[in-house]
Design a protein around this ligand. Structure first.
Ligand code: WQD
Length: 338
């Protein structure tokens, strides 16, 4: 029996593949390589010493999925297959809705045909919207999203919830990620955004290796202790282990379940920059710029439910995230392309 990682060639998918392999599962990856490289899959095999069945397919393509399910014995699906750039989603909403909802509907359709009963979905804290107070609890209502990318996460949660209501045997675990950063300690896999990074951590690591001259801090006048935005940064390896813990839970608990995957701790931009500089002995030049539209002052999780239901909690520190992320970037200054 194997676990299918749909969209598994990306940053979170490859780290999750490593942890499933380390836990003794067989792993199948399906990915169209829109925002990832097949080299990353080969490095997963190198790190673990185990092989991965890789299918370069469009996860919206039900016939391609049927071929995969007929060739592989899939016990659970972990669904990462979606486009994830906030800005791009504003420019290309139809592509985002078509792709990000299409992959989910295709997976659920083919899973049903092949009797696969467990799906773990890569959701996001973004579905909480702007009006919920921190710390964010799973019992809080989903809010208004500020971009099509966020709405596709919101809508995919609803699609999976409705599918679970219609099929009492289906189990859907909706993992709401906070801010995944860092890299595997080997430095062989890591975050490799295309173009100018939207997110702060890959931007910092690219400044640290000289790919970018400086960081722009988007506002230091928020109502926070040091004026900069606060987020719940979680090591990508901890996040990956959360997915491994979610599969046995899904097997025992039909129905839909929302679970935060965060540390429960908030970190400001200045704290992030200062920690990164201290841990790695580098300077990160920065300027203070305008606030970025749509940014929240604070976002961090209450992480109790993951501990209670999955027996999982984050173990790695912000220092680990900074050290591991810098190692990846210094060993791979141009990501997988270099
Ligand atoms: C973090 C902080 C910025 C860049 C996004 C997505 C969310 C999720 C995680 C997938 C904020 C500040 C950033 C920069 C900066 N992705 N910042 N300079 O916005 O919390 O969440 O990634 O699920 O859906 O929205 O992450 O890293 O972009 O920003 O000062 O160049 O860093 O203002 O306070 P965010 P981020």
């Amino acid at each position: 029996m194997a676990v299918l990682l749909a969209g598994g060639a990306g940053f979170i998918g490859t780290h999750t593949a490593v942890e499933f392999l380390n836990a003794g599962y067989d792993v199948v990856i399906a990915d169209n390589l829109y925002n990832s490289k097949s080299a990353a899959v080969r490095r997963v095999e190198e790190i673990t010493g185990r092989s991965v069945a890789f299918y370069e397919i469009d996860v919206c393509d039900k016939d391609a999925l049927r071929k995969l399910f007929s060739e592989q014995s899939i016990e659970a699906v972990v669904h990462f297959a979606g486009m994830k750039a906030v800005g791009e989603s504003v420019a290309k909403p139809l592509q985002y809705y078509s792709n990000n909802l299409g992959t989910t509907i295709a997976l659920l359709t083919v899973m049903k045909e092949f009797g696969c009963r467990c799906i773990v979905f890569s959701s996001s804290a973004t579905v909480y919207g702007k009006s919920n107070p921190v710390p964010l609890f799973e019992t809080m209502p989903r809010g208004e999203c500020t971009n099509p990318y966020g709405w596709t996460k919101w809508m995919n949660e609803q699609i999976i919830m409705d599918a679970c209501t219609a099929d009492p045997e289906l189990s859907g675990v909706l993992l709401r990620y906070f801010n995944p950063i860092g890299a595997h300690e080997s430095g062989r896999i890591g975050e490799d955004p295309q173009g100018i990074p939207n997110n702060i951590f890959p931007f910092i690591t690219q400044v640290a290796v000289g790919r970018r001259p400086q960081l722009t801090i988007f506002g230091d006048d928020y109502d926070t202790p040091d004026g900069t935005g606060i987020r719940d940064y979680i090591h990508v390896v901890d996040l990956a282990k959360g997915h491994v813990a979610a599969v046995p839970y899904a097997k025992k608990h039909p129905g839909a379940k929302v679970i935060n995957i965060g540390t429960g701790k908030g970190t400001s931009v200045f704290e992030m920059v200062n920690t990164f500089e201290r841990v790695n002995g580098v300077k990160i030049p920065y300027v203070i710029g305008e606030r970025r539209p749509g940014d929240l002052p604070e976002s961090y999780a209450n992480a109790d439910e993951a501990e209670k239901l999955l027996g999982w909690h984050a173990e790695k520190t912000l220092e680990d995230m900074c050290r591991d992320g810098y190692r990846w970037q210094t060993l791979n200054p141009m990501g997988y392309g270099g």
